[in-house]
Design a protein around this ligand. Structure first.
Ligand code: SF4
Length: 335
């Protein structure tokens, strides 16, 4: 049995109900292996034509709407995330299936309890584990903790949910909690720790480990400070705009270009689907890059890039519009 609920029966009913005849199915990398089985099942039960996308699907920011249109698909099925853009469809209906996890959470929450600081705990998770939050809350309250769930953010559409680029709900309750507990992967918990100035504890249901991310936070903040300092030396900037529907920020990029030019810098706007560090090497006259696409590109793996790369918020520090402290106050992660 898959460790994820792929809701096959519900999907078949949805396809039949809509009378869809050609589908494009997007699965995150960890679930791609389920694609062939899903395709056979859908074809057998509905008679529809099925295309399984073999390109990466990083998030619901990354809907393959253009590909679905080219295929003349009448339904895009997106696994692993919930709705991101409320009006993101280009006329092609999108069915979101979160793929609820069947991994146990309570044993790793038990491990995390001893790492929590204070008694007021902000608890958050990703869409795969949202259904486990009532059980987690019950356990924490039984052990004397007061639990607070973050409200919805601009892209995280459920209470208690975070995305790799949306921790606004945590920011709003930051002053009311002593520490945060994030259930999910290191990626999501790290993003939380970079967004709030409170101890952040990861409870990872996949490898059943719990850890405090304070040191990781401090290390990355040092790295980012050094990156901003390097970017200050640059004369020519490449501002990266993504083609992905949920990551595309051309207006922000144009504003950054204007502000850089007002500060005596040169800037060109680059347009890319996947931001491939090797491909950026072709722009030999560019000294540093500004990432207006997924903020985690710049934050998590800066060593993949041979030149400085800063986020759309960090560039404000580079040009002197914000102080470093103001940036930290807002949090490092924002799409
Ligand atoms: S963190 Fe990046 S990949 Fe994930 S939803 Fe946000 S923009 Fe998309």
């Amino acid at each position: 049995m898959s460790m994820y609920d792929l809701e096959e029966d519900e999907l078949v009913a949805e396809i039949m109900g809509r009378g869809a005849r050609r589908l494009l199915v997007q699965l995150p990398d960890g679930l791609k292996n389920e694609g062939p089985r899903l395709a056979s099942l859908i074809r057998e039960k509905t008679g529809a034509e099925v295309f399984i996308s073999a390109t990466p699907a990083w998030g619901a920011c990354d809907l393959s709407l253009d590909a679905a249109a080219r295929l003349k698909a009448d339904l895009l099925v997106h696994y692993g995330h919930n709705e991101f853009l409320r009006d993101g469809s280009n006329g092609i209906p999108v069915v979101y299936i979160p793929a609820k996890s069947r991994h146990e959470t309570i044993p790793v929450i038990e491990k995390a309890l001893q790492l929590l600081q204070g008694t007021r705990i902000g608890v958050a998770t990703v869409v795969q584990h949202l259904h486990t939050l009532p059980e987690t809350t019950k356990l924490l309250e039984a052990r004397g903790f007061k639990v607070q769930l973050p409200g919805r953010g601009p892209w995280a559409h459920d209470s208690g949910q975070v995305l790799g680029c949306d921790y606004f709900g945590l920011k709003r309750i930051e002053s009311e909690v002593d520490s945060f507990l994030v259930i999910g992967s290191y990626f999501h918990a790290l993003g939380a720790s970079l967004s709030v100035d409170k101890p952040t504890i990861l409870a990872d249901p996949y490898d059943q480990t719990a850890r405090n991310l304070d040191q990781d936070r401090a290390r990355i903040i040092r790295q980012r400070y050094a990156m901003v300092e390097k970017a200050r030396q640059a004369h020519t900037f490449g501002i990266i705009v993504s083609t992905k529907p949920g990551q595309s920020n051309p207006t922000i990029a144009m504003n950054i270009q204007r502000q850089l030019e007002e500060n005596g810098k040169k800037a060109v706007v680059l347009y890319a689907d996947e931001v491939v560090p090797d491909k950026l090497l072709d722009f030999t006259d560019i000294d540093a890059f500004v990432d207006t696409a997924c903020p985690r590109l710049a934050l998590d793996d800066p060593e993949r890039f041979s030149k400085p790369i800063v986020t759309r918020d960090e560039i404000m520090v580079v040009i002197g519009a914000w102080t470093w402290e103001q940036l930290l106050e807002r949090g490092l992660v924002r799409l």
